[in-house]
Design a protein around this ligand. Structure first.
Ligand SMILES: [Mg+2]
Length: 377
């Protein structure tokens, strides 16, 4: 049997801005919208594959950098290639461009979208098979106006959301304790409460600060100290009872190996934007599995395109029990660019159906939010 040849003959980057409903404060910076570089690959056989780079300047990089990485540095190596050659193309991407993990996540996603359409399989199926079709959704409580947050939490509770992550460390410790006390008093232990410092604590008194929070029975405390303060993170993990999650401290598999060796955390947060794609996240998950470290599926500020990619990753992970945070397209952004949107119902993210990614932009919505378009030079 001969397999039809497909060649990539179109490589377009749509830079979009989607405003948020409200500003979120995340310790390391305020966020008021989604800034993404959306990659559109097309083939000479009439297929179209989509991917998204959604950086956060204080965490992974900039949308301008992602757009340039895709358009200027990666495009010449992708045009003319067979989209099924995903591993080889991503190896080339790593060899011609250092870093820029969000751009590589976008490229990998668009390639996998095409490869899945060619194979008649979803990305989750091509990533080893589907372990779950729904994932518990965690919403981030991050509004400086806590009363407004309480209204959001009440509305999401009605929608069936039971996981809430409190962003801490952007005001004082008393503010954080007050919010934890209110949430526990209002929702008791029915609420899965998580805490994320986004590197916001000083290493010298992080242990006693985290110990103060343990009375509120959080599922985990995320990234209390700076990315590079790995010894401090290991010391906190050893000192406190609540599980500690590493987010900013573990981008890819090399940091995962080092982090596992130092036991810097009990859980690693997986994000396609920091690892450079779904398969790189699966490598981090494999290290975590070998070391007895749990995993969680986080994200940046993303549209449904990147959320769908993250959902395929989450669906392919047998050991994922802590949920995911792909809430932006449903609860944070004022609009989305896809049709259909990422399916969310009853507090759970649902795996998109169909071959490849399972979601794609609505042309009108994409045009409405596009601020720059990069095609052939
Ligand atoms: Mg985090």
């Amino acid at each position: 049997m001969t397999v039809a040849e497909h060649r990539i003959d179109g490589f377009r980057v749509h830079v979009v801005h989607v405003p948020a409903k409200t500003t979120h404060s995340h310790g390391s910076g305020d966020v008021s919208g989604i800034n993404a570089a959306i990659l559109e690959l097309s083939t000479d056989t009439g297929l179209t594959g989509w991917g998204e780079a959604s950086p956060w300047p204080v965490f992974t990089g900039t949308v301008e950098g992602s757009a340039a990485a895709l358009h200027t540095y990666l495009r010449p190596h992708v045009l003319g290639a067979d989209p099924v050659q995903v591993t080889r193309l991503m190896h080339v991407a790593d060899s011609v461009l250092v870093g820029h993990f969000e751009a590589k996540a976008a490229l990998e996603c668009a390639l996998l979208d095409l490869a899945g359409q060619i194979a008649g399989l979803s990305i989750a199926e091509m990533s080893g098979g589907i372990s779950r079709t729904e994932i518990g959704l965690s919403f981030s409580v991050a509004n400086p106006d806590f009363d407004a947050d309480l209204e959001d939490v009440a509305r999401l509770w009605e929608d069936g959301v039971r996981l809430f992550k409190l962003k801490t460390g952007f005001k004082d410790h008393e503010f954080d304790l007050m919010r934890l006390e209110r949430l526990r008093a209002l929702y008791d232990d029915e609420m899965g409460l998580r805490i994320d410092y986004n590197q916001g604590l000083a290493a010298y008194d992080a242990i006693r600060t985290v110990r103060d929070l343990e009375a509120f029975r959080p599922d985990f405390v995320e990234q209390p100290v700076k990315r590079h303060e790995r010894a401090a993170l290991a010391a906190i993990t050893q000192a406190v009872d609540v599980p500690v999650m590493a987010d900013e401290s573990v981008f890819g598999v090399v940091e995962a190996v080092e982090g596992a060796h130092m036991r810097i955390a009990d859980i690693f947060s997986l994000k396609i934007m920091k690892s450079g794609g779904i398969r790189r996240c699966l490598e981090v998950a494999a290290v975590a599995r070998a070391a007895g470290i749990g995993v969680y599926c986080g994200c940046m500020f993303e549209t449904s395109i990147a959320h769908a990619a993250g959902t395929h990753l989450a669906a392919a992970l047998p050991e994922l029990t802590l949920g995911c945070e792909f809430y932006m397209s449903t609860y944070f952004a004022s609009a989305d660019i896809t049709d259909p949107r990422l399916p969310v119902s009853d507090g759970k993210v649902r795996l998109p159906q169909g071959a490849g990614l399972g979601v794609r932009p609505d042309p009108d919505a994409l045009a409405r939010h596009r601020i720059e378009f990069l095609d052939r030079q």
